[in-house]
Ligand binder design. Structure first.
Ligand code: AMP
Length: 559
């Protein structure tokens, strides 16, 4: 192994191992996250064979966090953030309080100091950005009210952790000064300075960033260079995150979030999001690999009870607290379930906090091991728990709407005939024309469109509009696909359309499927996956042009 290129080695080994294990997980039909984590364990220091550089892997993972938070910021407006602050701020604070209290109780039982308990509890209280966003995205929930509450809540947790990270060294100093004189004042000073810095950063972004960033991007767009645009987006995302950390002591994640939020106010946000997507996904995978690398399997056999208690605090204690808070604020059951389930895990901040705690001598090493093992187990279990909660919700909703429909039909005096709606995927240039045609023909139809702005055009035209990716079976279920008669897939990507056709066919074997494609290969692929008709845009255009040409010749002759 070429040791003189540790960055390349870590990047390549991390990605290759993640790919192999991810593919294996896919075949076994379990979450690919499990594969990525396992890949990390394999290349980590606690298993024999090649050992990747943990420090470099952690930095690469941080890039994933930056790009993810940038993406969230792009879809999040200041208004969104403000609209959820009334629940997110008290919610996050109470949840942190409960988790910290539970962590301290466990630490007391294990015979650690009070400060060790505090660090341990804080580390258990903060959820991972990557895991939360994966969960919300898999269900198309990022831009729903529930999703916004969860993200706002996470941002408050992030801010609290920024404070905790800068306060810990001061606390250690305070504790080590035997007489403690002046320590308390120093602690307050650090606290005030940190709050000032965060406020300074936010003000800087709202005053300077808000003017400069859109201006730069508009200028770049007018140069007409796609490459330069892509570079500009990356430079803004990474530059602001790094600058925020360097100059204002804010976390990378928070810096990137603000950069994204400011860009999100411009008309270019959609393109900016698309440009960062591939890099974002690659680095998010490295995040999971780097978590796996930190895992020492020894802790499972040495401390089974303490580990079980740790996982229970993360997944049960925190969830119950979040659920109770959201309900107490008068939100619906569904909202409370989504928010509490999405936060029932820990990740990157917990590792940083645990590492710092051990480094300062505040937290025993076994505390860090428990936090790491708890993180891995919660990240592994999280997708299952989240899917269960959301499936139950979706099923309840479908059942309720089916009952509703039957009742309506009965009330209208019609014989409760089988619902025969059409499901339309994509509401862009093609989908919109189809939608309008269906409407004039008096057909009932449901639209799935992943872009919120585009989906808005279907409101009032379609019976139901779902803003999500149609390749997700849970989304298809929500449209009542099992009793639909036709599925029209009006998206330009033939291979993605194939995935949708295949899943829909599994849910309803009787369904008639019509899809759209742009190449012969896509047509063949779609037909093999059960599409009855595939319309190839280019061929239809060519045929029509030929017709028109023939017509012109005819007209010329007659004249
Ligand atoms: P157009 O090519 O203009 O007809 O637009 C196609 C539309 O399909 C765009 O608005 C996309 O956002 C949407 N779209 C593409 N893929 C998906 C998908 N997997 N699920 C839902 N909508 C999609």
């Amino acid at each position: 192994m070429p040791h003189h290129t540790p960055l390349i080695a870590t990047l390549v080994v991390g990605l290759v191992a993640a790919f192999l294990m991810g593919a294996l997980a896919q075949r076994l039909r379990i979450t690919p996250l499990a594969g990525y984590l396992l890949a990390g364990v394999v290349v980590g220091p606690f298993t024999p064979g090649y050992v990747a550089d943990t420090a470099i892997a952690a930095e690469l993972a941080e890039l994933g966090v930056i790009l993810l938070m940038f993406g969230v910021g792009l879809h999040f407006s200041l208004r969104d953030l403000m609209s959820v602050r009334r629940i997110a701020v008290p919610g996050a604070l109470v949840q942190i309080g409960v988790a910290t209290g539970l962590g301290m109780a466990l630490s007391y039982a294990l015979g650690w100091t009070i400060v060790a308990g505090l660090v341990f509890g804080l580390a258990l209280s903060v959820a991972s950005t990557v895991v939360l966003l994966r969960a919300l995205e898999s269900r198309g929930l990022v831009e729903t009210e529930r999703g916004r509450i969860a993200v706002g809540w996470l941002i408050v947790e992030d801010l609290a952790m920024v404070l905790a990270l800068v306060l810990l060294p001061a606390l250690a100093q305070f504790l080590s000064g035997a007489d403690g004189t002046g320590g308390g004042a120093a602690l307050l000073q650090v606290l005030a300075l940190t709050i000032l810095k965060v406020a300074g950063f936010v003000a800087f972004m709202l005053v300077v960033g808000k003017r400069v960033i859109p201006w730069v991007l508009h200028w770049v767009v007018h140069t007409g260079s796609r490459e330069l645009f892509r570079l500009a987006v990356l430079a803004i995302a990474l530059g602001v995150a790094f600058g925020a950390a360097l100059l204002f002591g804010v976390s990378f994640a928070l810096g990137a979030f603000f950069a994204g939020m400011i860009l999100g106010e411009t008309r270019l946000s959609q393109r900016a999001a698309e440009e960062t997507l591939p890099l974002r996904d690659a680095f998010a995978v490295l995040f999971f690999v780097s978590v796996g690398m930190l895992f020492d399997p020894g802790v499972v056999t040495e401390q089974p009870l303490a580990l079980a208690a740790t996982v229970a605090i993360i997944m049960v204690g925190k969830s119950l607290a979040a659920y109770a808070i959201v309900r107490a604020f008068g939100h619906a059951d569904a909202t409370a379930f989504t928010v509490s389930a999405s936060l029932a895990q820990i990740g990157e901040f917990s590792f940083i906090l645990a590492g710092l705690g051990v480094g300062l001598g505040l937290l025993p090493e076994e505390g860090r091991d428990l936090i790491l093992a708890g993180a891995i187990i919660s990240i592994l279990l999280h997708p299952f728990m989240f899917a269960k909660v959301e499936d139950r919700r979706a099923a309840a909703k479908t059942a309720a709407s089916a009952a509703d429909r039957a009742a309506r039909q009965a009330a209208e005096g019609g014989d409760a005939a089988r619902a025969d709606h059409v499901v339309l995927v994509g509401y862009g240039r093609v989908g919109r024309l189809i939608g309008e045609g269906l409407k004039t023909r008096g057909r009932r139809f449901v639209v799935i469109e992943e872009e919120r702005d585009i989906a808005a055009a279907a409101q009032g035209v379609a019976e139901q509009v779902i803003v999500a990716n149609a390749a997700d079976p849970a989304v298809l279920v929500q449209t009542g696909i099992d009793h639909a008669t036709k599925l029209l897939i009006a998206i330009p990507e033939g291979f993605e359309a194939g995935e949708i056709a295949e899943r829909a066919r599994e849910l309803n074997p009787e369904l008639a499927i019509i899809a759209r494609a742009h190449s012969d290969a896509e047509v063949a692929h779609l037909v093999s996956l059960g599409a009855h008709h595939v319309v190839m845009g280019e061929r239809e255009i060519a045929d029509r042009m030929l017709d028109l040409a023939a017509q012109l010749r005819h007209e010329a002759k007659v004249a």
